[in-house]
Design a protein around this ligand. Structure first.
Ligand SMILES: [Zn+2]
Length: 480
C-alpha cells in the first residue's frame, strides 16, 4: 500500500444481486471500515445517487469530481464499494487508467482488494473484471431471477454440478422461515472442508504463488496419488481452474467476478486468491515477442512536416515492441524519423471506437447536430492552437516543464471532448458489429469497424526527446 494516510471514497446508488437497493451511505460506511483497517483516513467522499452510472448521458457529478481530484494530484488512493459499483463501462476504466498513468492511483474495494493502476498486470486484471461486470449487468436487466438463484447469489453454493475440490457438500438443517416465522424450511446447503483435500489445495496455492507452473503442480499431485473430484489425474488446465475458482477462498463467483462472500469456511486467505488471479492474468498477458495484430494497418500516416507517407507495421520497431514506423528502408519511401508503439496507438483509437460501437443510440442526428459539429470543430482547432503555443513556449524555455504540463491539461481535455463529438459522425455499423459490444468483437471485426470509421490516423514526431514516455497528443484521428 502507498505511503499515505488519506484517501478518497466513491459510492454509487445501485441494486445488489437480489434486487435490493444498496444506499450510498451504507456503501460509504463499509468503505470507511475497510479504509480504517488499512490505516487510511477518508478525507473526501463523493457519491452519485442515481441507478445508471453506466449510462452515457447521465451526469455523474460525484464521479467527475473524483476524476478532477485525480488530475489535480489530490487523490492517490480511491476506495470504492466494488469494481462494478464504480463503473459499468470499459471506457470508464480506460478513462481512469489514462489519468492514473499520469498521476498514479491505487483503487481499493470494501472487500480489501487493492489494484495499482500503474501496474500492467493489475490493469489487465481489472479490465477483465469490468468486462465481466458489464455482462453481469446485461444479464441482470435481461431476466428476473428465481428465488433459487437469489439464494445462490447471497453466497450459497452452486446447486448441481461437481462439488469443488477441497470441500464436501452438506445439505442444510431445518430453520425458521424468515418470511413466516411459524414455518420451518430447509436451510440452504453449504460446503464443509475436506481435511485431506484441503492439504492439497494449500499445496497447489503455495507452489503456484512460489512460481511453480500449473503443469508441474499437476505432475506433483499425480505423483502423490491425488486425483480430482471426478477421479481423474490432475492436468495443468485443472490446476488453473482450481486457482480461478472462488470456493477455496470462500468466495462465490458469478461470471468470474466475486458476487458474494460464501457461507463456508475458506481454505486459503482471500489475499492469496487475489495474488493468484494477478499471476494468472500475467501468465495470460501477451509477451512483446508474441504474434501481434495491428488494428490500423494501412490507415496510419507520418505527421512529420513534408513527409506524410504511410507508416508500415514493424514487429520490432520501438524498443523491440511492435510499431507503426515511417520506414526509409529499401522499398519504402518514408522519412525514417517517426515511429510509435502500435499497441499505444491502437489502444488510443480503440477507446473511441468502443464508444462508437457500444452506444449505438448516443448519436444525436438531425436538429442541432450540425451546430454541435461546427462548435466541436472550432473547439478542436482552438485547443490545438493552444497546445501548439504551449509547446512553443516550452521549446523557447519561456515556461518550465511543470508549467507546461499544467497548462496542457485543460486544452487537452477540450480537444478530447471535441474529438469525441466529431467521432459520432459515422456510418451505420450494425452490419459489422451484429449488435455485439466492442469487448466481445474479434480482431477482424474490430479492424472492419476501424476501416469504416477512420479516414486516417496521423502520428506526429516527438516534439523533443522525453525518455520514451507515451504522449497521446501525437496521435490525430481523422474520422469519416
Ligand atoms: Zn515520415
Amino acid at each position: 500500500m502507498q505511503e499515505t494516510d488519506t484517501a478518497d471514497a466513491y459510492a454509487r446508488l445501485s441494486k445488489n444481486p437480489t434486487g435490493r437497493k444498496e444506499s450510498c451511505e451504507r456503501q460509504l460506511r463499509e468503505i470507511g471500515q475497510a479504509a480504517a483497517r488499512n490505516g487510511h483516513r477518508i478525507t473526501y467522499r463523493a457519491k452519485d445517487d442515481n441507478f445508471s452510472a453506466w449510462k452515457r448521458n447521465v451526469k455523474r457529478p460525484g464521479w467527475e469530481a473524483i476524476l478532477q481530484r485525480i488530475d489535480a494530484g489530490l487523490c492517490r488512493v480511491l476506495y470504492i464499494y466494488s469494481y462494478d459499483r464504480m463503473m459499468r463501462q470499459p471506457r470508464d476504466l480506460e478513462e481512469l487508467i489514462d489519468r492514473a498513468e499520469r498521476r498514479g492511483l491505487i483503487v481499493v474495494t470494501a472487500a480489501g482488494a487493492a489494484r495499482d493502476l500503474s501496474n500492467y498486470s493489475d490493469r489487465h486484471y481489472l479490465r477483465g473484471e469490468i468486462a465481466a461486470a458489464v455482462h453481469y449487468s446485461d444479464a441482470n436487466s435481461a431476466k428476473s431471477k428465481s428465488a433459487h438463484r437469489e439464494l445462490a447469489e447471497a453466497g450459497h453454493p452452486h446447486a448441481g454440478g461437481y462439488r469443488p475440490f477441497g470441500f464436501r457438500l452438506v445439505s442444510g438443517r431445518m430453520m425458521p422461515d424468515p418470511d413466516d416465522p411459524g414455518e420451518m424450511i430447509p436451510a440452504p446447503a453449504t460446503y464443509v472442508v475436506d481435511l485431506a483435500e484441503a492439504e492439497s489445495v494449500r499445496m497447489i496455492y503455495g507452489e503456484f504463488l512460489a512460481g511453480v507452473s500449473p503443469g508441474r503442480i499437476a505432475e506433483r499431485l499425480h505423483a502423490a496419488g491425488v486425483s480430482t473430484v471426478t477421479g481423474v489425474a490432475w492436468t495443468s488446465r485443472a490446476v488453473k481452474k482450481l486457482l480461478q475458482s472462488g470456493a477455496p477462498a470462500g468466495l462465490r463467483l458469478h461470471h468470474g467476478v466475486v458476487a458474494a462472500v460464501g457461507t463456508w469456511e475458506p481454505i486459503v486467505p482471500r489475499g492469496q486468491w487475489e495474488e493468484a488471479q494477478r499471476m494468472l492474468a500475467e501468465r495470460a498477458a501477451p509477451s512483446p515477442a508474441a504474434k501481434h495484430e495491428y488494428l490500423l494497418t494501412g490507415l496510419v500516416f507520418c505527421g512529420r512536416e513534408g513527409c506524410g507517407k504511410p507508416m508500415r507495421t514493424m514487429s520490432g520497431g520501438v524498443k523491440g515492441y511492435p510499431s507503426y514506423s515511417c520506414s526509409a528502408r529499401q522499398g519504402y519511401f518514408g522519412c525514417g524519423r517517426v515511429d510509435a508503439s502500435s499497441a499505444r496507438v491502437d489502444l488510443h483509437v480503440s477507446r473511441r471506437l468502443a464508444t462508437v460501437v457500444d452506444d449505438p443510440d448516443s448519436a444525436r442526428p438531425g436538429e442541432g447536430r450540425e451546430l454541435q459539429v461546427a462548435a466541436a470543430v472550432a473547439a478542436r482547432d482552438a485547443a490545438k492552437r493552444q497546445l501548439e503555443e504551449i509547446a512553443e513556449d516550452y521549446g523557447e524555455e519561456r515556461i518550465t516543464r511543470v508549467e507546461r504540463d499544467a497548462a496542457r491539461r485543460r486544452p487537452a481535455e477540450r480537444l478530447e471532448a471535441a474529438e469525441r463529438v466529431l467521432a459520432e459522425r459515422r456510418p451505420d455499423l450494425s452490419l459489422i458489429t451484429q449488435g455485439k459490444r466492442w469487448v466481445d468483437m474479434d480482431f477482424p471485426h474490430r479492424r472492419a469497424v476501424a476501416r469504416a470509421c477512420v479516414e486516417r490516423v496521423v502520428v506526429a514526431p516527438l516534439a523533443a526527446p522525453n525518455g520514451g514516455k507515451w504522449d497521446a497528443s501525437r496521435v490525430h484521428v481523422d474520422w469519416r
